[in-house]
Design a protein around this ligand. Structure first.
Ligand SMILES: CCCCCCCC/C=C\C=C\CC(=O)SCCNC(=O)CCNC(=O)[C@H](O)C(C)(C)COP(=O)(O)OP(=O)(O)OC[C@H]1O[C@@H](n2cnc3c(N)ncnc32)[C@H](O)[C@@H]1OP(=O)(O)O
Length: 288
């Protein structure tokens, strides 16, 4: 099966979940969780995550984001910049309330499939993608950033994969996305320590590509990146990117339901619930 068809294909079980109207946000019409605008100078789409206060990643946000990615694919956009509308936070990662306390199993299954779908669409997109990391990007926030092709970050924020200290083990598709950016040894150090790096450290190890001081500079640096493809036929670029990324994506597509089951079992374990619970409490207590 060719890769474009594989991207559109998923198991019957997965399709049933992804297509079902269950877990529809009642306020979806009232509040957009993902905003899209177009930079009139460059024709590039700017996609802003807009789930206040910290862009924690919920099932509803994933669904909306996937819809936006489908639109951008069919409009054949020149490129996309992913950023945040929240002050100081790009994304705070998975919404912990989707994981704790003891999530509803059906909702959690759907939540995980939509997280996978988000990664498949972002990592496998045909158009060039830039993450403008305009705030902290821990855990799932970092996963979004490393799924893009190029990363530009404002100073003094933190980025990394701090799953291990939260009692969560990263699946191979997340590990391999990180290894597509960093050498294996650096990726392992970052994952096993769960350390969050500041902008300068992230730049020094190659986790991000550029440091900028403001949005204007970010747009200029993004444009430099997009223009490196101006003389490359769109289709050839897209197929080449997918050629590089297809093994990881194909592996997940064939294993989606199992990956969801594994994660659910892991999350439901009393020890995992306990660790996530005390982590969440410490997050809340920080402000007291
Ligand atoms: C077989 C096993 C397979 C395992 C597969 C594993 C898959 C691995 C792949 C990805 C996994 C990802 C896991 C996650 O993403 S878990 C989430 C991890 N996130 C974090 O650790 C970040 C936590 N948040 C923070 O550190 C800060 O909030 C920060 C982002 C730095 C922003 O700080 P600040 O601006 O000071 O804002 P507050 O801390 O006051 O936050 C405002 C309110 O938002 C709540 N909050 C923050 N983050 C989350 C979150 N992720 N989920 C839910 N809620 C969150 C916070 O508690 C505040 O609430 P309140 O106002 O009520 O106090």
């Amino acid at each position: 099966m060719n890769f474009s068809r594989l991207l559109k294909t998923t198991s019957a079980l997965t399709s049933r979940w992804l297509c079902s109207g269950r877990f529809q946000s009642t306020s979806a019409a009232a509040q957009k969780l993902v905003d899209v605008s177009v930079d009139s100078k460059t024709g590039v789409s700017i996609v802003s995550l807009n789930r206040k206060p910290v862009n924690s990643l919920s099932l509803e946000l994933f669904k909306e984001f996937c819809g936006v990615m489908d639109d951008l694919e069919s409009e054949k956009v020149r490129g996309m910049i992913l950023k945040s509308s929240c002050d100081n936070v790009f994304s705070s990662g998975l919404d912990i309330t989707e994981l704790y306390p003891h999530p509803d199993e059906d909702r959690f299954h759907a939540f995980w499939l939509w997280f996978q779908e988000t990664w498949i669409k972002l990592y496998g997109s045909s158009f060039p993608t830039v993450a403008f990391i305009n705030g902290h990007a821990p855990a799932g926030g970092c996963v979004l950033a490393i799924s893009c092709e190029y990363r530009i970050m404002l100073p003094y924020y933190k980025i990394g994969l701090n799953e291990a200290p939260v009692g969560i083990v990263a699946p191979d598709w997340v590990v391999n996305s990180l290894k597509s950016v960093l050498a294996s040894r650096k990726a392992e150090q970052l994952l096993t320590s769960g350390r969050l790096l500041d902008t300068q450290e992230a730049f020094d190890i190659g986790l991000i590509d550029k440091i900028v001081n403001n949005e204007e500079e970010a747009l200029a640096r993004s444009e430099e990146f997009f223009s490196t493809f101006d003389n490359v036929p769109k289709l050839a670029r897209a197929l080449t990117k997918q050629q590089v990324r297809k093994n990881e994506i194909s592996k997940l597509i064939k294993n989606r339901s199992n990956d969801a089951k594994l994660f659910l079992n892991h999350i439901l374990r009393p020890e995992t619930q306990k660790i996530i619970g005390s982590y969440f409490k410490s997050l809340k207590d920080r402000k007291k």
